[in-house]
Write a protein that binds this ligand. Structure first.
Ligand code: ADP
Length: 276
């Protein structure tokens, strides 16, 4: 097991007797260590783009550059600041998810609109990462299902788009990404995002929802990841009474699923009959 950490207090009384109080503070010490790790991680994630940005600024200030070169530097600077913006947005979203009791989880969420938005975003990303001269990815998104979810629409949208965008980012050109909803035997519902990407070795699976946990650091950065997507997704699922499920086979691909309990699923009203 883990080493136990004790806090010991010794009280001495005037009559000579002593009282020793000892408390198990293992959990507190762990929480403290996690907080320190988190701050260190955030600082590092922010420092990297900031350093690059500062370097570009210095170059712009000190070197005579052609119009083209200037434009190129400005583009790279825009990319770095966009990256920091995404990171800060993800951090804020995560702290909102962790800090507050679930607010407004009773919106009726139209999955057609939600899936259409997430699909458009994923296709845009796929086209960006695999330009016309490369093998395209095959993105297959099944028709939206005949049920709705109750929950926080914006949170659910982030969760779904994180999974779809990850599949796009980690799957090479020519790969296949399949996205579909299914109804579960207990009345719940599940979104499955399956890719034919690199897969994830079993020892990494239990740690996937941890903030900043990455299987392959360089690849994640290259593809613009903040390292927070799955942590956010997992929180969203849990706040809705559901869970994030991951199955993967190294070299074959991965399936990331968002499962929701029956209480969150509403069958859609059948279409109104025509009145003659
Ligand atoms: P990131 O911004 O690094 O993608 P995430 O929290 O979204 O952060 O994912 C955490 C890590 O999980 C990634 O760095 C990557 O190593 C791994 N991962 C996520 N999705 C996939 C996938 N579809 N295929 C392979 N690895 C994945």
């Amino acid at each position: 097991g883990h080493p136990v950490k004790l806090s010991v207090q010794l009280h001495a009384y005037g009559d000579g007797h002593q009282l020793m109080l000892s408390r198990d503070v293992t959990a507190l010490a762990q929480a403290d260590a996690m907080r320190r790790d988190f701050v260190a991680n955030v600082s590092h994630e922010i420092r990297t783009p900031l350093t690059v940005l500062a370097g570009f600024v210095e170059t712009l200030q000190s070197l005579p550059l052609t119009e083209d070169e200037r434009a190129r530097y400005l583009d790279m600077m825009a990319a770095q600041s966009a990256r920091m913006q995404t990171l800060v947005n993800d951090l804020l979203l995560l702290s909102r998810l962790e800090g507050s009791p679930p607010p407004g989880l009773n919106e009726v969420v139209d999955l057609r609109a939600l899936m259409a938005q997430c699909e458009a975003e994923a296709r845009g990303l796929s086209n960006l990462l695999h330009p016309a001269d490369e093998r395209p990815q095959q993105l297959e998104v099944a028709e939206a299902p005949p049920f709705e979810l109750t929950g926080a629409a914006n949170e659910l949208r982030s969760a779904v788009s994180n999974l779809m965008n990850n599949a796009v980012r980690y799957t090479p050109g020519g790969g296949v990404i399949d996205v579909h909803w299914q109804r579960l035997p207990d009345g719940g519902a599940r979104l499955c995002v399956t890719d034919s990407g690199p897969g994830i070795a079993p020892q990494h699976l239990p740690r996937l929802g941890e903030r900043f946990y990455r299987v392959d650091r360089s690849r994640s950065r290259e593809s613009g990841g903040t390292g927070l997507g799955l942590a956010i997704t997992k929180h969203v699922a849990q706040r809705h009474g559901g869970e994030l499920q991951v199955t993967s086979q190294l070299g074959q691909g991965s399936t990331f699923a968002l499962a929701f309990p029956a209480a969150r699923v509403r069958s859609m009203a059948p279409p109104e009959p025509d009145i003659e």
